[in-house]
Design a protein around this ligand. Structure first.
Ligand SMILES: C[S@@+](CC[C@H](N)C(=O)[O-])C[C@H]1O[C@@H](n2cnc3c(N)ncnc32)[C@H](O)[C@@H]1O
Length: 277
């Protein structure tokens, strides 16, 4: 299938299911603490002074856009499906939503503080994923963050019904290792990956769900720790540290001393204090 054919089929399917998708998924995040934890981390990472806005790519009806907005993120949504965008605008009139494709973003280079692809690459044929990640890299500002949610696995399923409607839609499960490789090839640095098992509310055949956090490297010469790394190479200044010895509380008899006195305990069985650093 060509990229154009796949985009056409996906757009048509989501135009068809938009209203029922929104109705069925409206409260889904409420029962997903791990998903919310990753979104909370992303929200914190992208709310740094001077960072650009966040684009929710493949935003659908805008439920993740609205969730991030409630966490304080300056966020707008983009989706392939005009019906989804119209619905998102109705549901969240205070937020901005535009029609567009992740494969060809109408956004300036280096303009975003963050990008979200929350289950929106699940219909992207594997051969088009490098294009999507290259677009993410292009529009993210140096130091900008990407969050991905996708179905973990290695298969494709064709659906001719979804959310109560006749559709023609391919869904791809992607290997997390492969996605990690593709992000690296696009120039993005993977920071964290969460793979969660299906819970009781999900069909077991849905399998595991993957959540990735990545970022575009900052410009050469900049480092978040530049304040302590400034000047000399601090690695030269490291000295081996003496093992830390816990200080007994006043009046406390150290177990080794007690063992020596009673002769019942072996020193090897005592807790070991490891040097850190
Ligand atoms: C499973 S829905 C997820 C929607 C939303 N992120 C959410 O979690 O509710 C997939 C969405 O991705 C959109 N989509 C798929 N391919 C896209 C593309 N190339 N560019 C923009 N949006 C796309 C679809 O139109 C659909 O709204």
């Amino acid at each position: 299938m060509t990229e154009a054919t796949s985009l056409h089929a996906t757009r048509l399917a989501y135009d068809t299911v938009a209203v029922d998708y929104e109705r069925l998924l409206r409260h889904e995040l409420d029962a997903r603490p791990l998903d919310r934890a990753m979104l909370a981390a992303f929200s914190e990472l992208t709310q740094t002074p001077g960072a650009g806005p966040v684009a929710d790519l493949g935003c659908g009806p805008g439920r993740i856009t609205a969730h991030l907005h409630a966490l304080g993120v300056d966020v707008f949504g983009i989706d392939l499906s005009p019906e989804m965008v119209a619905l998102a605008r109705r549901r969240h009139p205070g937020l901005r939503f535009e029609v567009g494709s992740m494969t060809e973003l109408d956004l300036a280079d280096d303009s975003l503080g963050g990008a979200v692809a929350w289950y929106s690459t699940v219909h992207t044929p594997p051969e088009s994923l490098p294009t999507v990640f290259a677009q993410c890299h292009r529009v993210l500002a140096p130091g900008g963050h990407l969050i991905l949610a996708f179905k973990a696995g290695d298969r494709c399923r064709h659906r001719d019904r979804a959310y109560g409607h006749a559709v023609s839609l391919d869904i791809y499960w992607m290997s997390p290792d492969h996605v990690a490789d593709l992000l690296g090839e696009a120039g993005l640095v993977l920071d964290a990956r969460l793979i969660r098992e299906p819970d009781e509310s999900e069909e077991p055949r849905q399998g595991r769900q993957a959540y990735f956090l990545a970022h575009k490297p900052p410009r050469a010469g900049w480092t978040a720790r530049s304040s302590w790394g400034r000047g000399a190479d601090r690695a030269d200044e490291c000295r081996p540290r003496a093992p830390r010895v816990p200080q007994p509380a006043p009046g406390h008899r150290h177990p080794a001393a007690a063992a020596r006195k009673t002769g019942v305990a072996d020193g090897a069985a005592l807790p070991t204090v490891l040097p850190h650093g």
